[in-house]
Design a binder for this molecule. Structure first.
Ligand code: H76
Length: 479
Protein backbone atom coordinates (compact mmCIF):
# COMPACT_ATOMS: atom_id res chain seq x y z
CA UNK A 1 0.00 0.00 0.00
CA UNK A 2 1.15 3.49 -0.82
CA UNK A 3 1.17 5.99 2.02
CA UNK A 4 -1.51 8.63 1.62
CA UNK A 5 -0.65 10.69 4.72
CA UNK A 6 0.88 13.64 2.85
CA UNK A 7 -2.20 13.93 0.67
CA UNK A 8 -4.46 13.76 3.70
CA UNK A 9 -2.39 16.44 5.45
CA UNK A 10 -2.61 18.61 2.35
CA UNK A 11 -6.39 18.19 2.21
CA UNK A 12 -6.68 19.14 5.88
CA UNK A 13 -4.69 22.29 5.26
CA UNK A 14 -6.91 23.19 2.33
CA UNK A 15 -9.92 22.62 4.57
CA UNK A 16 -8.62 24.80 7.37
CA UNK A 17 -7.64 27.70 5.13
CA UNK A 18 -10.26 27.95 2.42
CA UNK A 19 -9.78 30.60 -0.21
CA UNK A 20 -13.11 31.06 -1.96
CA UNK A 21 -11.84 33.27 -4.77
CA UNK A 22 -9.54 30.62 -6.16
CA UNK A 23 -10.62 27.57 -8.08
CA UNK A 24 -7.37 25.77 -7.45
CA UNK A 25 -5.68 25.95 -4.13
CA UNK A 26 -1.95 25.99 -3.93
CA UNK A 27 0.01 25.40 -0.78
CA UNK A 28 2.75 27.65 0.53
CA UNK A 29 5.96 26.37 -1.11
CA UNK A 30 7.37 24.92 2.12
CA UNK A 31 4.22 22.92 2.73
CA UNK A 32 4.19 21.23 -0.65
CA UNK A 33 4.42 17.48 -0.67
CA UNK A 34 6.92 15.62 -2.77
CA UNK A 35 5.53 14.18 -5.98
CA UNK A 36 7.19 12.08 -8.62
CA UNK A 37 4.40 12.49 -11.15
CA UNK A 38 3.10 15.98 -10.43
CA UNK A 39 3.45 19.19 -12.44
CA UNK A 40 6.85 19.53 -14.02
CA UNK A 41 6.56 23.27 -14.45
CA UNK A 42 4.82 26.23 -12.80
CA UNK A 43 3.00 28.79 -14.90
CA UNK A 44 2.70 29.09 -18.66
CA UNK A 45 5.14 27.49 -21.09
CA UNK A 46 7.05 30.38 -22.67
CA UNK A 47 8.45 28.66 -25.80
CA UNK A 48 7.49 29.36 -29.42
CA UNK A 49 5.42 26.23 -29.95
CA UNK A 50 3.25 27.08 -26.96
CA UNK A 51 3.07 30.67 -28.14
CA UNK A 52 1.73 29.42 -31.47
CA UNK A 53 -0.82 27.19 -29.73
CA UNK A 54 -2.01 30.22 -27.77
CA UNK A 55 -2.07 32.67 -30.67
CA UNK A 56 -4.15 30.30 -32.79
CA UNK A 57 -7.07 30.87 -30.40
CA UNK A 58 -9.77 29.41 -32.68
CA UNK A 59 -9.87 25.72 -33.57
CA UNK A 60 -12.26 23.10 -34.95
CA UNK A 61 -12.85 19.65 -33.50
CA UNK A 62 -13.60 16.72 -35.80
CA UNK A 63 -15.34 13.70 -34.28
CA UNK A 64 -15.40 11.00 -36.91
CA UNK A 65 -15.62 7.27 -36.38
CA UNK A 66 -17.86 4.23 -36.83
CA UNK A 67 -20.54 5.95 -34.70
CA UNK A 68 -21.25 8.23 -37.69
CA UNK A 69 -22.81 5.25 -39.49
CA UNK A 70 -25.71 4.52 -37.07
CA UNK A 71 -25.89 8.27 -36.27
CA UNK A 72 -27.59 7.76 -32.92
CA UNK A 73 -30.00 5.01 -33.98
CA UNK A 74 -29.69 1.31 -33.07
CA UNK A 75 -32.20 -1.37 -34.02
CA UNK A 76 -34.90 1.17 -34.77
CA UNK A 77 -34.45 3.15 -31.57
CA UNK A 78 -33.07 6.69 -31.62
CA UNK A 79 -30.99 7.65 -28.58
CA UNK A 80 -30.57 11.32 -27.75
CA UNK A 81 -27.35 10.75 -25.81
CA UNK A 82 -24.09 11.70 -27.54
CA UNK A 83 -23.94 9.74 -30.82
CA UNK A 84 -20.33 8.63 -30.28
CA UNK A 85 -21.49 6.87 -27.09
CA UNK A 86 -24.28 4.91 -28.83
CA UNK A 87 -22.45 1.60 -28.29
CA UNK A 88 -22.80 2.25 -24.58
CA UNK A 89 -26.41 3.57 -24.61
CA UNK A 90 -27.67 0.62 -26.68
CA UNK A 91 -25.38 -1.87 -24.86
CA UNK A 92 -23.91 -3.20 -28.09
CA UNK A 93 -21.15 -5.80 -27.60
CA UNK A 94 -17.76 -4.70 -28.99
CA UNK A 95 -17.54 -7.35 -31.71
CA UNK A 96 -20.98 -6.47 -33.00
CA UNK A 97 -20.21 -2.73 -32.92
CA UNK A 98 -16.93 -3.22 -34.77
CA UNK A 99 -18.80 -4.97 -37.59
CA UNK A 100 -19.72 -1.43 -38.64
CA UNK A 101 -16.23 -1.35 -40.15
CA UNK A 102 -17.63 -3.30 -43.10
CA UNK A 103 -19.80 -0.28 -43.89
CA UNK A 104 -17.01 2.31 -43.57
CA UNK A 105 -16.79 3.67 -47.09
CA UNK A 106 -17.00 7.48 -47.07
CA UNK A 107 -17.19 8.00 -50.83
CA UNK A 108 -17.59 11.76 -50.62
CA UNK A 109 -14.56 12.20 -48.34
CA UNK A 110 -12.24 14.84 -49.75
CA UNK A 111 -9.50 16.01 -47.38
CA UNK A 112 -8.75 19.09 -49.47
CA UNK A 113 -12.36 20.20 -49.26
CA UNK A 114 -12.31 19.72 -45.49
CA UNK A 115 -9.18 21.86 -45.28
CA UNK A 116 -10.79 24.49 -47.50
CA UNK A 117 -13.81 24.62 -45.22
CA UNK A 118 -11.63 25.04 -42.11
CA UNK A 119 -9.61 27.74 -43.81
CA UNK A 120 -12.73 29.63 -44.82
CA UNK A 121 -14.05 29.43 -41.29
CA UNK A 122 -10.87 31.02 -40.01
CA UNK A 123 -9.77 28.23 -37.69
CA UNK A 124 -6.02 28.01 -37.15
CA UNK A 125 -6.01 24.40 -35.98
CA UNK A 126 -8.06 21.25 -36.17
CA UNK A 127 -8.30 18.56 -33.51
CA UNK A 128 -9.04 15.16 -35.07
CA UNK A 129 -10.28 12.03 -33.31
CA UNK A 130 -7.54 9.56 -34.21
CA UNK A 131 -9.35 7.00 -32.04
CA UNK A 132 -12.45 7.53 -29.93
CA UNK A 133 -13.67 5.25 -27.11
CA UNK A 134 -14.95 2.65 -29.62
CA UNK A 135 -11.33 1.82 -30.55
CA UNK A 136 -11.61 2.29 -34.33
CA UNK A 137 -8.47 4.00 -35.70
CA UNK A 138 -8.54 6.56 -38.51
CA UNK A 139 -4.97 5.52 -39.31
CA UNK A 140 -3.68 2.05 -40.29
CA UNK A 141 -2.33 1.10 -36.85
CA UNK A 142 -0.09 -1.97 -36.71
CA UNK A 143 -1.27 -2.73 -33.18
CA UNK A 144 -4.94 -3.51 -33.73
CA UNK A 145 -7.09 -4.83 -36.55
CA UNK A 146 -9.74 -2.19 -35.93
CA UNK A 147 -8.50 0.43 -38.37
CA UNK A 148 -9.41 2.14 -41.63
CA UNK A 149 -7.05 -0.25 -43.42
CA UNK A 150 -9.49 -3.11 -42.81
CA UNK A 151 -12.56 -1.35 -44.18
CA UNK A 152 -13.85 -1.16 -47.78
CA UNK A 153 -12.35 2.35 -47.93
CA UNK A 154 -8.85 1.10 -46.96
CA UNK A 155 -7.08 4.46 -47.18
CA UNK A 156 -5.31 6.32 -44.37
CA UNK A 157 -7.85 9.03 -43.56
CA UNK A 158 -5.69 10.62 -40.88
CA UNK A 159 -2.69 10.87 -43.20
CA UNK A 160 -4.77 12.58 -45.89
CA UNK A 161 -6.17 15.05 -43.37
CA UNK A 162 -2.81 15.91 -41.82
CA UNK A 163 -1.43 16.68 -45.25
CA UNK A 164 -4.42 18.67 -46.47
CA UNK A 165 -4.72 20.79 -43.32
CA UNK A 166 -0.97 21.40 -43.16
CA UNK A 167 -0.94 22.40 -46.85
CA UNK A 168 -3.61 24.96 -45.99
CA UNK A 169 -1.43 26.32 -43.16
CA UNK A 170 -3.61 24.78 -40.44
CA UNK A 171 -2.09 23.04 -37.42
CA UNK A 172 -3.25 19.51 -36.66
CA UNK A 173 -3.89 18.29 -33.13
CA UNK A 174 -4.60 14.65 -32.29
CA UNK A 175 -7.50 13.67 -30.05
CA UNK A 176 -6.74 10.25 -28.52
CA UNK A 177 -8.99 8.27 -26.21
CA UNK A 178 -7.01 6.13 -23.79
CA UNK A 179 -10.17 4.23 -22.82
CA UNK A 180 -10.63 1.69 -25.61
CA UNK A 181 -13.80 -0.43 -25.73
CA UNK A 182 -12.35 -2.67 -28.46
CA UNK A 183 -9.38 -3.89 -26.43
CA UNK A 184 -9.70 -6.95 -24.15
CA UNK A 185 -7.08 -5.58 -21.75
CA UNK A 186 -8.81 -2.26 -21.06
CA UNK A 187 -9.97 -2.05 -17.42
CA UNK A 188 -12.06 0.55 -15.59
CA UNK A 189 -10.56 -0.48 -12.28
CA UNK A 190 -7.88 -2.87 -11.12
CA UNK A 191 -9.31 -5.29 -8.59
CA UNK A 192 -6.83 -8.15 -8.70
CA UNK A 193 -3.50 -9.23 -10.08
CA UNK A 194 -5.09 -10.37 -13.30
CA UNK A 195 -6.46 -6.86 -13.89
CA UNK A 196 -3.09 -5.32 -13.07
CA UNK A 197 -1.36 -7.52 -15.62
CA UNK A 198 -3.94 -6.91 -18.32
CA UNK A 199 -3.77 -3.18 -17.73
CA UNK A 200 0.02 -3.07 -17.95
CA UNK A 201 -0.30 -4.84 -21.32
CA UNK A 202 -2.90 -2.24 -22.27
CA UNK A 203 -0.57 0.62 -21.38
CA UNK A 204 2.17 -0.91 -23.53
CA UNK A 205 -0.31 -1.17 -26.41
CA UNK A 206 -1.24 2.48 -25.87
CA UNK A 207 2.43 3.52 -25.84
CA UNK A 208 2.89 1.68 -29.12
CA UNK A 209 -0.03 3.48 -30.72
CA UNK A 210 1.16 6.86 -29.47
CA UNK A 211 4.70 6.25 -30.74
CA UNK A 212 3.22 5.15 -34.03
CA UNK A 213 1.16 8.34 -34.36
CA UNK A 214 4.10 10.55 -33.39
CA UNK A 215 6.45 8.92 -35.89
CA UNK A 216 4.02 8.54 -38.79
CA UNK A 217 2.74 12.13 -38.49
CA UNK A 218 5.63 14.19 -37.14
CA UNK A 219 3.97 17.55 -37.94
CA UNK A 220 1.32 16.95 -35.25
CA UNK A 221 1.34 19.87 -32.82
CA UNK A 222 -0.70 18.59 -29.92
CA UNK A 223 -2.08 15.47 -28.26
CA UNK A 224 -5.46 15.92 -26.57
CA UNK A 225 -6.20 12.95 -24.36
CA UNK A 226 -9.65 11.80 -23.35
CA UNK A 227 -11.10 8.76 -21.58
CA UNK A 228 -8.62 9.06 -18.71
CA UNK A 229 -10.99 9.49 -15.78
CA UNK A 230 -11.25 5.90 -14.56
CA UNK A 231 -9.70 4.37 -11.44
CA UNK A 232 -7.34 2.23 -13.55
CA UNK A 233 -5.63 5.36 -14.88
CA UNK A 234 -5.72 7.18 -11.54
CA UNK A 235 -3.83 4.24 -10.04
CA UNK A 236 -1.20 4.59 -12.77
CA UNK A 237 -0.36 8.27 -12.57
CA UNK A 238 3.24 7.34 -13.42
CA UNK A 239 2.09 6.26 -16.86
CA UNK A 240 0.42 9.60 -17.64
CA UNK A 241 3.64 11.44 -16.76
CA UNK A 242 5.60 8.93 -18.85
CA UNK A 243 3.29 9.28 -21.88
CA UNK A 244 3.61 13.06 -21.82
CA UNK A 245 7.41 12.84 -21.59
CA UNK A 246 7.60 10.19 -24.31
CA UNK A 247 5.63 12.35 -26.77
CA UNK A 248 7.69 15.42 -25.93
CA UNK A 249 10.90 13.48 -26.56
CA UNK A 250 9.56 12.32 -29.93
CA UNK A 251 8.16 15.67 -31.09
CA UNK A 252 9.95 18.82 -29.94
CA UNK A 253 7.48 21.49 -28.87
CA UNK A 254 4.41 19.23 -28.86
CA UNK A 255 1.71 20.28 -26.40
CA UNK A 256 -0.34 17.95 -24.18
CA UNK A 257 -3.62 18.65 -22.38
CA UNK A 258 -4.12 18.40 -18.63
CA UNK A 259 -6.84 15.75 -19.00
CA UNK A 260 -4.19 13.08 -19.59
CA UNK A 261 -2.60 13.56 -16.24
CA UNK A 262 -2.89 12.01 -12.83
CA UNK A 263 -0.29 12.37 -10.07
CA UNK A 264 1.13 9.94 -7.49
CA UNK A 265 -2.16 10.06 -5.55
CA UNK A 266 -4.48 9.88 -8.54
CA UNK A 267 -5.24 13.59 -8.42
CA UNK A 268 -6.15 14.70 -11.97
CA UNK A 269 -5.53 17.88 -14.02
CA UNK A 270 -4.06 19.67 -10.98
CA UNK A 271 -1.61 17.80 -8.80
CA UNK A 272 -1.83 17.37 -5.03
CA UNK A 273 -0.03 20.69 -4.60
CA UNK A 274 -2.59 22.47 -6.81
CA UNK A 275 -0.31 22.89 -9.84
CA UNK A 276 -1.57 22.31 -13.37
CA UNK A 277 -0.16 19.21 -15.05
CA UNK A 278 0.30 19.13 -18.82
CA UNK A 279 0.52 22.35 -20.80
CA UNK A 280 -3.01 23.70 -20.63
CA UNK A 281 -6.22 23.08 -18.72
CA UNK A 282 -8.72 21.13 -20.83
CA UNK A 283 -11.65 20.60 -18.46
CA UNK A 284 -13.72 23.38 -20.03
CA UNK A 285 -15.97 21.17 -22.11
CA UNK A 286 -19.33 22.69 -23.11
CA UNK A 287 -18.69 25.42 -20.54
CA UNK A 288 -16.37 28.35 -19.94
CA UNK A 289 -14.35 29.15 -16.85
CA UNK A 290 -16.22 31.03 -14.16
CA UNK A 291 -14.73 34.52 -14.36
CA UNK A 292 -14.80 34.88 -10.57
CA UNK A 293 -14.02 31.42 -9.20
CA UNK A 294 -11.58 30.49 -11.94
CA UNK A 295 -9.95 33.90 -12.14
CA UNK A 296 -6.58 32.22 -12.10
CA UNK A 297 -7.21 31.12 -15.68
CA UNK A 298 -4.97 33.98 -16.69
CA UNK A 299 -2.12 32.23 -14.88
CA UNK A 300 -2.21 29.15 -17.05
CA UNK A 301 -3.16 28.39 -20.61
CA UNK A 302 -6.51 26.78 -21.26
CA UNK A 303 -8.67 25.61 -24.10
CA UNK A 304 -12.43 25.12 -24.11
CA UNK A 305 -14.41 23.02 -26.58
CA UNK A 306 -18.05 23.17 -27.53
CA UNK A 307 -20.74 21.38 -29.49
CA UNK A 308 -23.32 23.05 -31.75
CA UNK A 309 -26.24 20.99 -30.37
CA UNK A 310 -26.38 20.58 -26.59
CA UNK A 311 -24.11 17.50 -26.50
CA UNK A 312 -23.49 15.79 -29.82
CA UNK A 313 -19.88 15.32 -30.95
CA UNK A 314 -20.19 12.51 -33.47
CA UNK A 315 -22.75 12.66 -36.30
CA UNK A 316 -26.33 12.28 -35.06
CA UNK A 317 -29.01 11.98 -37.72
CA UNK A 318 -31.65 13.89 -35.75
CA UNK A 319 -30.55 17.32 -34.60
CA UNK A 320 -34.13 18.30 -33.83
CA UNK A 321 -33.81 16.50 -30.49
CA UNK A 322 -31.81 19.28 -28.90
CA UNK A 323 -31.35 23.02 -29.11
CA UNK A 324 -29.01 24.09 -31.92
CA UNK A 325 -26.87 27.15 -31.25
CA UNK A 326 -27.02 29.89 -33.86
CA UNK A 327 -23.82 31.36 -35.33
CA UNK A 328 -23.86 34.44 -33.09
CA UNK A 329 -24.13 32.24 -30.00
CA UNK A 330 -21.09 30.32 -31.23
CA UNK A 331 -19.22 33.54 -31.97
CA UNK A 332 -20.04 34.87 -28.54
CA UNK A 333 -18.49 31.81 -26.90
CA UNK A 334 -15.38 32.16 -29.05
CA UNK A 335 -14.91 35.82 -28.16
CA UNK A 336 -15.77 35.20 -24.50
CA UNK A 337 -13.05 32.54 -24.31
CA UNK A 338 -10.45 34.82 -25.90
CA UNK A 339 -11.48 37.67 -23.57
CA UNK A 340 -10.56 35.41 -20.64
CA UNK A 341 -7.25 34.37 -22.15
CA UNK A 342 -8.22 30.99 -23.61
CA UNK A 343 -8.77 29.10 -26.85
CA UNK A 344 -12.10 27.84 -28.22
CA UNK A 345 -12.64 24.74 -30.33
CA UNK A 346 -15.93 24.30 -32.20
CA UNK A 347 -16.96 20.72 -32.92
CA UNK A 348 -18.03 19.14 -36.22
CA UNK A 349 -19.33 15.59 -36.64
CA UNK A 350 -19.02 14.62 -40.32
CA UNK A 351 -21.54 12.30 -41.94
CA UNK A 352 -20.67 8.67 -42.72
CA UNK A 353 -20.38 9.54 -46.43
CA UNK A 354 -17.52 11.96 -45.72
CA UNK A 355 -19.46 15.17 -46.25
CA UNK A 356 -20.58 17.63 -43.57
CA UNK A 357 -24.24 18.19 -42.72
CA UNK A 358 -25.73 21.33 -44.24
CA UNK A 359 -26.13 23.08 -40.85
CA UNK A 360 -22.43 22.70 -40.11
CA UNK A 361 -21.37 23.95 -43.54
CA UNK A 362 -23.60 26.97 -43.12
CA UNK A 363 -22.29 27.70 -39.62
CA UNK A 364 -18.67 27.45 -40.77
CA UNK A 365 -19.45 29.86 -43.57
CA UNK A 366 -21.13 32.46 -41.35
CA UNK A 367 -18.36 32.29 -38.75
CA UNK A 368 -15.83 32.55 -41.56
CA UNK A 369 -17.39 35.69 -42.98
CA UNK A 370 -17.20 37.26 -39.55
CA UNK A 371 -13.63 36.17 -38.76
CA UNK A 372 -12.45 37.38 -42.18
CA UNK A 373 -13.60 40.89 -41.25
CA UNK A 374 -13.07 40.83 -37.49
CA UNK A 375 -10.46 38.15 -36.78
CA UNK A 376 -8.06 40.83 -35.61
CA UNK A 377 -9.86 40.79 -32.23
CA UNK A 378 -9.34 37.02 -31.86
CA UNK A 379 -6.00 35.78 -33.18
CA UNK A 380 -3.06 36.37 -30.85
CA UNK A 381 -5.38 38.28 -28.53
CA UNK A 382 -5.94 37.73 -24.83
CA UNK A 383 -7.26 39.04 -21.55
CA UNK A 384 -7.34 42.85 -21.34
CA UNK A 385 -7.66 43.13 -17.56
CA UNK A 386 -10.43 45.74 -17.88
CA UNK A 387 -13.70 45.60 -15.95
CA UNK A 388 -16.22 43.74 -18.08
CA UNK A 389 -19.15 45.75 -19.42
CA UNK A 390 -22.62 44.60 -20.41
CA UNK A 391 -22.24 45.40 -24.13
CA UNK A 392 -19.80 42.51 -24.65
CA UNK A 393 -16.16 41.57 -24.27
CA UNK A 394 -12.71 43.12 -24.33
CA UNK A 395 -9.79 41.37 -25.95
CA UNK A 396 -6.28 42.79 -26.07
CA UNK A 397 -3.13 42.68 -28.14
CA UNK A 398 -0.15 44.96 -27.51
CA UNK A 399 -1.27 48.60 -27.30
CA UNK A 400 -4.73 47.81 -28.55
CA UNK A 401 -7.87 46.82 -26.74
CA UNK A 402 -10.80 45.54 -28.80
CA UNK A 403 -14.38 46.10 -27.75
CA UNK A 404 -16.44 43.30 -29.23
CA UNK A 405 -20.04 44.47 -29.03
CA UNK A 406 -22.76 41.81 -28.75
CA UNK A 407 -25.45 43.93 -27.03
CA UNK A 408 -26.45 47.37 -28.32
CA UNK A 409 -27.17 50.02 -25.67
CA UNK A 410 -30.28 52.23 -26.08
CA UNK A 411 -28.21 55.21 -24.86
CA UNK A 412 -26.05 55.01 -27.94
CA UNK A 413 -23.03 55.09 -25.65
CA UNK A 414 -20.74 52.21 -24.79
CA UNK A 415 -19.18 52.54 -21.36
CA UNK A 416 -15.48 51.80 -21.02
CA UNK A 417 -13.62 51.91 -17.71
CA UNK A 418 -9.86 51.79 -17.91
CA UNK A 419 -7.52 50.53 -15.22
CA UNK A 420 -5.59 53.18 -13.31
CA UNK A 421 -2.78 54.57 -15.42
CA UNK A 422 -4.38 53.61 -18.75
CA UNK A 423 -5.81 56.18 -21.16
CA UNK A 424 -7.81 55.69 -24.34
CA UNK A 425 -6.33 57.90 -27.02
CA UNK A 426 -8.24 56.81 -30.10
CA UNK A 427 -11.15 54.61 -31.17
CA UNK A 428 -12.03 53.33 -34.63
CA UNK A 429 -13.82 50.60 -36.48
CA UNK A 430 -11.66 47.92 -38.06
CA UNK A 431 -12.17 49.59 -41.45
CA UNK A 432 -10.47 52.69 -40.05
CA UNK A 433 -13.62 54.79 -39.57
CA UNK A 434 -13.19 57.07 -36.58
CA UNK A 435 -15.35 56.61 -33.46
CA UNK A 436 -15.98 59.40 -30.98
CA UNK A 437 -14.62 58.89 -27.45
CA UNK A 438 -15.56 61.19 -24.57
CA UNK A 439 -13.92 61.09 -21.18
CA UNK A 440 -16.78 61.21 -18.67
CA UNK A 441 -14.99 60.73 -15.34
CA UNK A 442 -11.63 59.59 -14.07
CA UNK A 443 -10.81 56.42 -16.03
CA UNK A 444 -14.28 56.34 -17.53
CA UNK A 445 -15.23 56.94 -21.14
CA UNK A 446 -18.20 56.96 -23.44
CA UNK A 447 -17.44 55.32 -26.73
CA UNK A 448 -20.10 56.34 -29.24
CA UNK A 449 -21.97 53.75 -31.25
CA UNK A 450 -20.95 53.68 -34.93
CA UNK A 451 -23.12 55.85 -37.20
CA UNK A 452 -24.39 53.04 -39.34
CA UNK A 453 -26.27 50.03 -38.06
CA UNK A 454 -24.55 46.69 -37.81
CA UNK A 455 -26.65 43.56 -38.04
CA UNK A 456 -23.98 41.43 -36.38
CA UNK A 457 -21.51 41.79 -33.52
CA UNK A 458 -18.95 44.46 -34.34
CA UNK A 459 -15.54 45.56 -33.11
CA UNK A 460 -14.20 48.89 -31.93
CA UNK A 461 -10.45 49.09 -31.73
CA UNK A 462 -8.99 51.26 -28.99
CA UNK A 463 -5.52 52.64 -28.96
CA UNK A 464 -4.33 52.92 -25.41
CA UNK A 465 -1.51 54.65 -23.63
CA UNK A 466 -0.08 54.13 -20.19
CA UNK A 467 0.26 57.35 -18.33
CA UNK A 468 0.76 57.94 -14.66
CA UNK A 469 0.16 61.68 -15.04
CA UNK A 470 -2.98 62.57 -13.13
CA UNK A 471 -5.26 65.46 -13.75
CA UNK A 472 -6.82 67.40 -10.91
CA UNK A 473 -9.99 67.69 -12.96
CA UNK A 474 -11.73 64.99 -10.90
CA UNK A 475 -12.17 64.74 -7.18
CA UNK A 476 -12.49 61.47 -5.33
CA UNK A 477 -15.68 61.23 -3.28
CA UNK A 478 -15.31 61.80 0.46
CA UNK A 479 -17.04 58.93 2.16
C1 H76 B 1 -17.41 12.13 -22.32
C2 H76 B 1 -16.81 12.40 -23.36
C3 H76 B 1 -16.14 12.68 -24.59
N1 H76 B 1 -15.34 13.90 -24.52
C4 H76 B 1 -15.77 14.78 -25.58
C5 H76 B 1 -14.66 15.68 -26.07
C6 H76 B 1 -16.33 13.84 -26.59
O1 H76 B 1 -15.32 13.14 -27.26
C7 H76 B 1 -17.13 12.95 -25.69
O2 H76 B 1 -17.55 11.77 -26.31
Amino acid sequence: MKKHYPAIAALLILFLFPSPMQAQKTLPADMEIELHYGADRLGKRPDQAMQKFRENRLGAFIHWGLYAIPGGEWEGKVYNGAAEWLKSWAKVPADEWLQLMQQWNPEKFNAKRWAQMAKEMGVKYVKITTKHHEGFCLWPSQFTKYTVANTPYKKDILGELVKAYNDAGIDVHFYFSVMDWSHPDWRYDLKNEEDEKAFQRFLTFTDNQLKELATRYPTVKDFWFDGTWDASIKKNGWWTAHAERMLKDLIPGVTVNSRLRADDYGKRHFDSNGHLMGDYESAYERRLPDPVKDLQVTKWDWEACMTIPENQWGYHKDWSLSYIKNPVEVLERIVHAVSMGGNMVVNFGPRPDGDFRAEEKELAKVIGKWTARNGECIYACGYAGWEKQDWGYYTAKGHHVYMVVFNRPYSGQLTAKTPKGTQIIKASLLNGENIKVTETARNEYNVSMPKHEFNEPFVIKLEIKSSESTTNKYREALT
